[in-house]
Design a protein around this ligand. Structure first.
Ligand SMILES: Cc1cc2nc3c(=O)[nH]c(=O)nc-3n(C[C@H](O)[C@H](O)[C@H](O)COP(=O)(O)OP(=O)(O)OC[C@H]3O[C@@H](n4cnc5c(N)ncnc54)[C@H](O)[C@@H]3O)c2cc1C
Length: 385
């Protein structure tokens, strides 16, 4: 059997988990794995800002993982492998304020950041990861062979910082947020037009929007160290009555028990972000307003050395796709085209939601390509322990 070329679109957690689940097939030489992300950083909505000036880091999206009730099987195996590799550790930090939505399962943090978790999963799979490469179109290519049979591949066009151009793949897994899938056109649009119920369902998937702001402090800033040490929490959900623009505050290094210079992560409320987007407010002005709200909440907050902002237009999934499947095969036969991501899982925007969808996508891909290599057990060494 010739080695099949598989493209995972997206460099976030779902894509990295699919890669890890296909590791055995990659090692056995059955597939050659590629992953492309349009951004020049890894992790998607689990991305991390690294401040060169201070050496500090700030998780701008995913903060901590709360296990869904009663995880077992391969979910458990992934947690165990990540824990053995030191990439996930139990969260000890205190969280002020209630957030019941995720239940009260065990909580995990990533000592080196969730971008490191994503990277380790990709590295373990041997996938060729290209950042700054945005998929712009996917077209079906049918080739007739001399013996009378025909075969299908996908021509994937891309553009971006790290170059672009067309490449052919035997299978493609799309893991980006649903609006980015719906914007693709070509073979994806054709496949969805043939599945009106799925298309309607995908159009109904909703996301929240929010700003993330990071404040970085120098390692020798004693005032900042003293200020953060006296705060009675490590993470805090801010009640609406206290402030309606700021929803979450986190001392990022302390949250992860990391010996790094302090940084403070701020998440805005969804209404705040929506109103700024609706009024087309300049992002710098929105950030300045958010910072002023933080200063009012935390009197005496020292001046940071550097600030960074991310506007998450598509933040967390509010209404996932209502479906019995956590991944959908848009085109099968010998060239699967598969749709995955947190929006397709009943668990939505959670680590276990990404894994449920990744697992379904990897299984569909194995079946579609007729892969033989069995799934091996979790392997901490392969995760860079
Ligand atoms: C502010 C915030 C806080 C959160 N807090 C938590 C939390 O505490 N706990 C928790 O469990 N979850 C949390 N989440 C949710 C969690 O981060 C997501 O569920 C998860 O990261 C989604 O991973 P994904 O791989 O499915 O999607 P993504 O991370 O969105 O990855 C998809 C990738 O596809 C790329 N892409 C898009 N279009 C293209 C294209 N045309 N070509 C190439 N690449 C493309 C994107 O750049 C992106 O990197 C939070 C998310 C946000 C934004």
């Amino acid at each position: 059997m010739s080695r099949k070329r598989v493209l995972l679109v997206g460099g976030g957690l779902t894509s990295a988990m699919v890669a890890r689940l296909l590791r055995d097939a990659a090692l056995a030489g059955e597939i050659e794995l590629h992953a492309w992300d349009r951004r020049d950083t890894i992790g998607g909505r689990a991305s991390v800002e690294h401040c060169e000036q201070t050496g500090g880091t700030a998780e701008m999206g995913l903060q901590y993982v709360t296990e869904v009730d009663g995880v077992s099987g391969e979910h458990r195996e992934l947690y165990d492998a990540l824990e053995r590799a030191g990439l996930l550790v139990p969260m000890h930090a205190t969280i002020d304020g209630a957030r019941n939505a995720d239940g009260d399962g065990p909580k995990w943090v990533a000592p080196s950041g969730f971008d490191a978790v994503t990277k380790a999963l990709f590295d373990a799979s041997g996938a060729h990861l290209a950042l700054g490469r945005a998929v712009s179109a996917i077209e079906r290519v049918t080739t007739s062979h001399a013996d009378g049979h025909s075969s299908t591949t996908w021509r994937v066009s891309s553009a971006g910082l790290s170059g672009g151009g067309d490449e052919q793949f035997d299978a493609v897994v799309l893991t980006m947020p649903v609006p980015h899938v719906l914007a693709l056109g070509g073979a994806v649009a054709e496949a969805l037009l043939a599945r009106p119920e799925l298309l309607e369902g995908l159009r109904g998937v909703q996301y929240s929007s929010r700003y993330a702001l990071a404040l970085f402090y120098a390692p020798d800033d004693e005032r900042a160290a003293a200020f953060f040490a006296q705060l009675p929490w490590t993470c805090k959900y801010v009640p609406k009555e206290e402030d309606d623009a700021v929803v979450f505050l986190s001392k990022c290094a302390a949250k992860r028990d990391a010996s790094e210079p302090p940084s403070l992560v701020v998440h805005s409320s969804v209404p705040f972000a929506l109103s700024k987007l609706k009024e087309s407010v300049d992002p710098d002005d929105a950030t300045a307003e958010l910072l002023a709200r933080v200063r009012a909440l935390l009197p005496g907050l020292p001046e940071p050395v550097e600030t960074r902002t991310t506007l998450w237009r598509l933040s967390q999934v509010r209404a996932p796709l209502e479906s019995a499947h956590a991944a959908h095969t848009l085109a099968d036969g010998d060239a699967p085209l598969i749709l995955a991501g947190d929006a397709l899982s009943k668990h939505g925007s959670r680590f276990d939601g990404c894994f449920e969808s990744a697992h379904a996508a990897a299984s569909a891909l194995r079946t579609g390509l007729g892969l033989r290599a069995p799934r091996g057990p979790g392997d901490a060494a392969a995760l860079g322990a």
